[in-house]
Design a binder for this molecule. Structure first.
Ligand SMILES: C[S@@+](CC[C@H](N)C(=O)[O-])C[C@H]1O[C@@H](n2cnc3c(N)ncnc32)[C@H](O)[C@@H]1O
Length: 302
């Protein structure tokens, strides 16, 4: 899966997607009251790191951009270019990023389908202590090559009924057809992310099937906060579809942690530490943060 050094991401439809994605990032960051110049970005680079010029065009700063990469050859080549790279899994970095600076943009341009690994990102977006209300998430996934999808299809399909209402104002007719077919991986990712919130809402309020309107209202409210936008494009040779979602987190991990009772905080902390806390990943993040600080100081001095 981590094959960034073998693939050419310079083709036309990808270029258009990149322009769309970074524009979404800029607009949403500004709407969240953050100047793109100050925004902290976590992204998947690919060997040529074609994101950087587009990100700069949208006023993001090079020293605030943290690349995450698992492919060793790609990491080596990116470092030669001066890119600040964390060599780890993307969702794992988000889960292990503790303390300032908080992340404003999560640009997850994956090169695979909705797998267990990419689905992990939904949990990381939900519980990471570095996300806040309005943190921008942009996720790009390949349609197919994800055998686990059939197991999730039911939960996603059930949620989709609500989402169709909740987001109808935002969906063009063309995209809506794609959603009804339930193939759009951006749509599926978003449904999976939202299903976590719905489950929590239902459990906290002891709701049941007859409370459909209340659940619908909740969905509507959450979609109003996150304002999801969807996009698809064809791969270089036109044989694969890529699907994306851009949304703003309705609540971040920080708000969730702050809102929890002490007992629940302990439960969540234990759950997180059992599942994802990884000292080696935290050291890599700390090293990347130190590189950023060094670059800022260098700029100030010159
Ligand atoms: C699709 S490419 C990124 C392309 C780039 N954003 C662009 O617009 O040209 C995805 C990159 O992320 C790496 N990658 C894929 N899944 C990853 C994961 N879970 N964690 C870390 N790196 C990953 C791949 O090796 C590849 O280099």
């Amino acid at each position: 899966m981590s094959n960034g050094h073998k693939v050419d991401y310079g083709f036309f439809t990808k270029k258009l997607w990149r322009e769309w994605a970074w524009k979404q990032a800029r607009k949403r960051v500004i709407a969240n009251g953050v100047n793109p110049k100050d925004a902290i970005v976590l992204f998947l680079p690919g060997e040529k790191c074609l994101d950087v010029p587009i990100a700069k065009k949208n006023k993001f700063q090079f020293h605030n951009m943290f690349a995450v990469e698992r492919d060793r050859v790609t990491i080596k080549n990116l470092r030669k270019k001066g890119i600040n790279v964390i060599s780890a899994d993307f969702a794992e970095v988000l889960q292990n990023w503790v303390g300032p600076p908080l992340i404003d943009v999560i640009m997850a341009d994956y090169c695979c389908g909705l797998t267990r690994l990419t689905a992990n990102l939904t949990g990381a977006l939900y519980a990471s202590p570095t996300t806040k209300k309005g943190t921008v998430a942009i996720v790009n996934l390949l349609r197919g090559h994800d055998p686990l999808i059939s197991a999730w299809r039911k939960v996603i399909t059930d949620d989709s009924k609500y989402l169709d209402y909740g987001m109808s104002a935002d969906i063009s007719k063309k995209n809506r057809t794609a959603f009804i077919k339930e193939k759009h991986r951006g749509r599926m990712f978003y449904s999976l992310y939202m299903s976590g919130w719905v489950t929590q809402f239902i459990e906290e309020n002891n709701l049941s099937g007859k409370d459909g309107p209340a659940i619908l209202k909740f969905y509507f409210g959450m979609s109003f906060l996150s304002l999801p936008k969807f996009k698809s494009y064809k791969s270089k040779h036109g044989n694969t579809m890529m699907d994306s979602v851009a949304f703003s987190l309705p609540f971040g991990g920080r708000e969730i942690h702050a809102g929890l009772k002490d007992k629940d905080k302990r439960v969540l902390a234990r759950k997180l530490s059992e599942q994802v806390m990884n000292g080696s990943c935290q050291s890599k993040i700390a090293a990347a943060k130190a590189i950023r600080t060094m670059r800022i100081n260098k700029r100030k001095a010159s």
